[in-house]
Ligand binder design. Structure first.
Ligand code: KG4
Ligand code: ZN
Length: 338
């Protein structure tokens, strides 16, 4: 049997600095340094993010190598996020990976962050993996897409958001409620205790498989502003119900479109990926729908939903098998398409 390659992977597209070591499809370590500095500003500040990446990258890589119980000389290739993301953040990971590749004389592999979110479904945790072709609902802080995945290398975006991403809808709604950034996990937490039907908000009318969340955000903003005008304590008194109802509205938009995509393509293999796929209400709602409609549903392990380098590592593994390597002239690209 041929030896499984050991890949060091780096992810630095937004505000998490992450390094992982994979042996084949198995994760030996996956270290993530979250940047708490952005909380004070209610969103990611790009300049601060790149500075924090600079501080974090060496300790995070060191820790990933130690946790994997390997040495630098065991590493067969280094994979990194080329884009999409914040340019200053991407530059830190890209420069590190290029230097490491040159210093250790090992192949360099560039990875598209959104494709990596999808390929996180193939990290070997002993679970079932999707069969091709499958549909993937990729929902993160910057993107909301339905992707037709024909093979590891052949992916086609068949639906996308026309304005905000689902993660932004969560985070902006949370900000209206006075919650910290990122608000998605907090809405999830408080929403568990609330009534999903307590409040209703405007529903977008978008044809086909595309999404829109900006109207929903405005509807939430106006409703809460009116209620706070007549009762300044309105948010505190209704926080759980507000979170449950907002979450219900966002998740419903996602679920309606994925069902539409199933009807259109007749594909019943469904994956979800990206930060919002960590949402417990989305996960449970999709599980119910999958059961009712005989869909085969694939959900990444919680730690592989939000940004992490293990997903860059699995994407790197597939490229390593194809010897699809990059050169030292590779550049970080903020708006990287599929
Ligand atoms: O994939 P990700 O970590 O970064 C991007 O590539 O954007 O996604 C981050 C997004 C944020 O908007 C965050 O609020 C959202 O994922 N998120 C959640 C949950 N966990 C993370 N949204 C709802 N419920 C969650 N449990
Ligand atoms: Zn992401």
């Amino acid at each position: 049997m041929t030896k499984e390659p050991i890949i060091l992977a780096i992810e630095s597209s937004c505000d998490d600095t992450s390094a992982a070591v994979l042996k084949g499809k198995k994760v030996l370590s996956n270290v993530i340094a979250n940047q708490t500095i952005h909380k004070e500003y209610g969103g990611v500040v790009p300049e601060l993010a790149s500075r924090a990446h600079q501080q974090n990258i060496i300790p995070v890589v060191d820790s990933a190598i130690k946790k994997a119980k390997i040495t630098k000389s065991n590493i067969d290739a280094i994979a990194f996020t080329k884009g999409p993301g914040l340019l200053g953040s991407l530059l830190v990971g890209t420069s590190f990976a290029k230097s490491f590749s040159m210093g250790m004389n090992i192949p360099l592999i560039q990875i598209n962050h959104m494709k990596a979110h999808i390929l996180s479904l193939f990290i070997d945790e002993g679970q079932k993996t999707p069969k091709f072709p499958f549909l993937c609902l990729t929902v993160s802080g910057g993107h909301t897409q339905i992707v037709l995945v024909n093979s590891i290398n052949k992916m086609e975006v068949i639906g996308t958001t026309l304005d905000d991403a689902a993660g932004e809808a969560f985070d902006k709604s949370a900000k209206i409620l006075g919650l910290d950034y990122p608000g998605g996990p907090l809405i999830d937490k408080f929403g568990k205790e609330g009534n999903t039907q307590a409040f209703s908000f405007g529903k977008p009318k978008v044809d086909g498989l595309n999404f829109s969340f900006s109207g929903l955000k405005t509807s939430i903003l106006y409703k809460i502003r009116d209620c706070v005008n007549s009762n300044p304590n309105f948010i505190n008194e209704n926080l759980n119900d507000l979170c449950a109802s907002i979450q219900f509205s966002i998740v419903n938009i996602l679920i309606e479109k994925i069902q539409k995509a199933v009807n259109k393509t007749n594909i019943k293999e469904i994956g979800i990926a990206g930060g919002v796929s960590a949402n417990s209400f989305l996960r449970s709602s999709l599980k119910n729908i999958a059961k009712k409609n005989n869909y085969n549903l694939y959900i990444p392990k919680f730690e592989y939903c939000t940004d992490n380098a293990a997903m860059i590592g699995i994407a790197g593994y597939f490229k390593y098998l194809e010897k699809d390597f990059s050169s030292q002239s590779e550049i970080a690209t903020a708006r990287l398409l599929f």
